[in-house]
Structures are given as structure tokens and as C-alpha cells.
Design a protein around this ligand. Structure first.
Ligand SMILES: *[C@@H]1O[C@H](CO)[C@@H](O)[C@H](O)[C@H]1NC(C)=O
Ligand SMILES: *[C@@H]1O[C@H](CO)[C@@H](O)[C@H](O)[C@H]1NC(C)=O
Ligand SMILES: *[C@@H]1O[C@H](CO)[C@@H](O)[C@H](O)[C@H]1NC(C)=O
Length: 489
């Protein structure tokens, strides 16, 4: 009834496009983090001048940039057998109990920069164990060796303890990545990878848990698993390994490289609940799709589109994880990428869609920087849309569902004790206005918008209508955040 009154009161302003919603006072999930991964790009960015490295760190980790609240550090496996040099991180592992903690200065530089900028939560994640611990003596193409869970656990717990001793708050460890895949044949692999059969995963988790416990870390460092490439594997695989180690796993981290429909995503979440009631699912790794904000064209593929069209596609899948699936964590994949697919110094049209780059970054680098010394940063529209989530969804904030017949998945209210941030996408080609009412007294304070022509631009704050609700204009093909104080003006 309330919504009908509000809608009627603004009909005169914009007849065809006014929709209404109410912010519920019943909370949904509490957010833990919005972040991304430090895989691979540090091997490029570490070669850049110090001022640019610092700029990259500020752009990713400070509130003036994305304001990320989690960072996934790739614990390198030594890159043995990996043919793509930048995808071959050094390893700390020398032999059992012996480490070279001067290794991987590239990864460590940006890890420490993230900590210095105040990123509160870190996951140490593994693509492959070092060659000394895999079936084929390489960092790809092999598998986990049954019976080595304790040795693998000792190694990872020692690495985590070392990083924590540097005041880097590694509070999660993820011992396997897309474990159904060995990632090719040594010599031609394009990345590290280690197969871990579903019936080996409990051994891995027990090994890591025991080693953490021996170091007094099992209550401060949670184990994430199993980083399956798609939720569709959950039904067949989770019952194999999860029940025996359920208490030792902090959350089910998963990827969505099948770009699921809403129904498939919901069914994945249900599969997890049916095996481990109460265990949260976290979206921990995604990139690399074309497509648009309305959801058309989603799917894992090569191709580069730095425009608002594809940036809204990625916003749409974030809303899918955060609103449809109620997930508390969302991590993008590589954050920074050289897969721009063109030569920005020689091609004036370079930063436009092409078929040979990849949508795997928010910031792009010239792939030829080593020979042409072009150390410019190229900011995709995705950076600015991601900034809405990174800046306004903070650890401890709570999603308050929106209610009413006009509510869509790509509308979200996030509350703290003192504010509401309302993040709204309009993926359509027509402008519209949302009339929003709140369960408590609020005062509009600011608004930021990203569209084809705006990069997180300051726009007019919400306007109050006489009936007590607020008008939130939603420009076509845009993402807007309206902020309200939870107090009278
Ligand atoms: C440790 O790693 C660093 C960086 O790769 C390397 O320069 C150094 O030689 C390594 N030290 C040992 C003892 O292997
Ligand atoms: C950082 O890089 C961005 C994007 O290239 C640029 O606009 C900005 O001026 C740089 N900031 C500094 C301090 O270099
Ligand atoms: C965009 O179009 C969809 C589909 O017609 C509709 O459900 C939605 O309300 C429209 N407006 C916004 C702001 O999403």
C-alpha cells in the first residue's frame, strides 16, 4: 500500500519509468570482503617504475581507489613446466622445513603494499604445490600425491606463519585451485595447476588443519575449499570429501566459470546446504566473459571490452552472487592484466573492444612495456564499477533486502550503524527513477555514478518527496550509489 502511494505521488514527473521499493528492516547477510587476486600481474608490475607500482597499489587498495577489503596472495609453486613466464611465480619451498623467504619479491611487494594500505583480510592460495610435492615433479600437469597431506600442510602452515610474522593478516588459506584440472602438460602449460581428486581433498584439508593447529593458528586462519571452477560440480563432489572435514573448512570457496543462470546458481547453494547446512559459499575467482548488463552474452571466452557494456555485465554477476546467492565475499580474478589485445602506443583505437584480449583485469598494462618502456596504466570501465562495490560494501556491513514488486536483483541496500549505501544498476537503454522508502529516518548525503561518460562521478544526492520517500534517478546503462545517513538532516 505504501509503495502504491509513493509511486502515485511522482507519476507526474516521469510517467513510464518510475518504480518503487522499500528497504526492509530484516537483515540478509553480513559482508566480509570485496577483493581480488594477486596472481600473475605482480610479475609484470614489479618491473614498472616505483612511482607507478605505488600508483597501482593506491588504485587497488586505498579508499580513493577500489578500497579492496581482501587480497588473495598466490603462494607460488615455482612455475616448473609453465611456458608463460609471467604465470610462473617463484616458490618459497626449498625442501621439507627449508624455505627461501626472499623468493617471489614480485608477489611480496604488492602483498606488503596491500597490508600497508590497510587491507584487513588476506587469503594465501595455491595453484600448485611446489615440484617437490607433486606427482610429476612439476608445477603443472601433475596431481597431489596421496599420503603427503601432512607434508603439504606443514609447508603451507609455515608460509602462512611467516606472512603473519610480517604483520600481514593472512586469515584464510586455500590449498587447491580448480582441483579437477591438472592444467596441461609440463612444457606447454599456461599456468600452474595440480589435480586433487575429490577423494583426496579431505586428506589435504586434514594436513593443513593439523599443521595450523600445531602452530596455534587453527582458530585464526580458516581453510577455504575447494575452489571448483563451477558450482555444477558440487552435487557430485561435495559429498565425497566435505562431510568428514566440515568442521575444518571455513567456507566453500567456488568459481563461476560456467556463468550460471540464476536457477543453477541457486541450485549450487542448495547443494552445499544439503551437504553442510550453515556453511557459507564464497565467490572467489571470476573473469573473462563478454556480454552486457542485461545478462546477454555471458560465458567464458577470449575477447576484450573495456566499455560500460561489459563493465555492467560484471556488475550483474556481482549482484547475482551478493543478492541472489547471499554470499558474504566476492573476489575478482587478476585485478591487473596485460591482456589488452592491442598496442596502445601505436593504435589510437586500442582501448576499444577487440577479439584477442581478455576481460581479466580492471587496470591494464601495455604488453610491450619491456621493450617500449610504456608504463602508462589503462583503466577499464570495470575499475569504476568495481569501485562502487569496493568502496561501499565494507566488512561488517549488512545487506538489507529491498522489497516490492519492482525490485530487481541488481538493486542492493547495504547498512552500517550510521549509513545506508544503495547500489543500483540500470542496465536498460532508457532512464528511470526508483522511489525508495526506509524503515528509519535517513538523510541523503551523496551519490556517485559510473556510466558510459562518467567514472564514479559525483551526481545529485537523492531528493525527498512530500510523502517521505526519496527519488533516485537511474540513468540508462549506469551504476549509481546513493548514500544516506541514518539520522535526520
Ligand atoms: C632466494 O630467492 C631469491 C629470489 O629469487 C634468489 O635471488 C636467491 O638466490 C634465493 N636464495 C637461495 C638460497 O636460493
Ligand atoms: C595513477 O594512474 C592513473 C591512471 O593512469 C592516473 O590518472 C593518475 O594520475 C596516476 N596517479 C599518480 C599519482 O601517478
Ligand atoms: C530494466 O528492464 C527490465 C526488463 O524489462 C525491468 O525489469 C527493469 O525494471 C528495468 N529498469 C531497471 C532500472 O532495471
Amino acid at each position: 500500500m505504501l509503495a502504491v502511494v509513493f509511486a502515485a505521488s511522482v507519476l507526474a514527473i516521469s510517467p513510464a519509468s518510475v518504480t518503487a521499493a522499500i528497504v526492509s528492516s530484516t537483515p540478509a547477510q553480513t559482508f566480509l570482503a570485496i577483493g581480488g587476486s594477486g596472481a600473475w600481474w605482480p610479475n609484470h608490475a614489479f618491473n614498472f617504475p616505483e612511482a607507478v607500482r605505488q600508483n597501482i597499489s593506491t588504485l587497488l587498495f586505498s579508499q580513493s581507489g577500489l578500497g579492496l577489503s581482501s587480497y588473495r596472495f598466490n603462494v607460488g609453486g615455482g612455475g616448473v613446466g609453465v611456458a608463460t613466464p609471467a604465470h610462473a611465480p617463484q616458490t618459497f619451498y626449498v625442501s621439507p622445513g627449508v624455505y627461501n623467504f626472499s623468493a617471489d619479491p614480485q608477489g611480496m611487494y604488492f602483498l606488503q603494499a596491500a597490508a600497508a594500505h590497510g587491507v584487513p583480510s588476506f587469503t594465501a592460495f595455491v595453484n600448485s604445490a611446489p615440484p617437490g610435492l607433486t606427482s610429476n615433479g612439476a608445477s603443472c600437469g601433475g596431481s597431489f600425491v596421496s599420503g603427503t597431506g601432512e607434508a603439504f600442510g606443514e609447508y603451507l602452515a609455515d608460509v602462512v606463519a611467516h606472512l603473519r610474522s610480517l604483520n600481514i593478516n593472512v586469515d584464510f588459506v586455500s590449498p587447491m585451485n580448480e582441483p579437477d584440472d591438472a592444467f596441461g602438460t609440463p612444457g606447454t602449460c599456461t599456468q600452474e595447476g595440480m589435480q586433487v581428486a575429490a577423494d583426496q581433498r579431505a586428506e589435504v584439508i586434514n594436513g593443513v588443519f593439523n599443521a595450523l593447529e600445531n602452530r596455534g593458528l587453527s582458530t585464526s586462519v580458516g581453510i577455504l575449499a575447494d575452489e571448483a571452477w563451477s558450482g555444477s560440480l558440487a552435487t557430485s563432489e561435495l559429498p565425497t570429501w566435505l562431510p568428514s572435514v566440515e568442521d575444518k573448512v571455513a567456507a566453500i570457496a567456488h568459481h563461476i566459470y560456467d556463468f550460471p543462470s540464476d536457477a543453477s546458481y541457486a541450485s549450487f547453494v542448495d547443494s552445499v546446504k544439503s551437504v553442510a547446512p550453515g556453511k557459507a559459499t564464497w565467490m572467489s575467482d571470476i573473469c573473462c566473459s563478454l556480454g552486457t548488463g542485461t545478462g546477454t552474452g555471458r560465458g567464458y571466452t577470449q575477447g576484450f571490452d573495456p566499455t560500460i557494456d561489459n563493465a555492467l555485465m560484471f556488475s550483474g554477476i556481482m549482484f547475482q552472487s551478493l543478492v541472489l546467492a547471499n554470499e558474504p565475499v566476492y573476489d575478482f580474478w587478476t585485478l591487473v592484466s596485460a591482456s589488452i589485445g592491442c598496442s596502445p602506443l601505436n593504435d589510437a583505437t586500442c582501448f576499444t573492444p577487440n577479439s584477442v584480449g581478455w576481460n581479466d583485469g580492471l587496470i591494464y598494462l601495455d604488453p610491450d612495456y619491456a621493450t617500449n618502456n610504456n608504463f602508462n596504466l589503462y583503466i577499464a570501465k570495470h575499475f569504476w564499477t568495481f569501485k562502487h562495490f569496493g568502496n561501499f560494501i565494507k566488512p561488517g556491513s549488512v545487506r538489507m533486502p529491498l522489497e516490492g514488486p519492482d525490485v530487481r536483483q541488481w538493486m542492493m541496500a547495504v547498512s552500517t550503524p550510521s549509513t545506508y549505501n544503495v547500489i543500483l544498476m540500470n542496465p536498460n537503454t532508457t532512464d528511470s527513477t526508483l522511489t525508495l522508502s526506509f524503515p528509519d529516518t535517513v538523510c541523503p548525503v551523496s551519490a556517485f555514478r559510473t556510466s558510459g561518460t562518467e567514472d564514479f562521478a559525483t551526481v545529485a544526492k537523492a531528493n525527498k518527496v512530500p510523502a517521505g520517500a526519496f527519488l533516485l534517478p537511474l540513468k540508462s546503462m549506469s551504476l549509481t550509489t546513493y548514500t544516506f545517513d541514518r539520522a535526520a538532516c
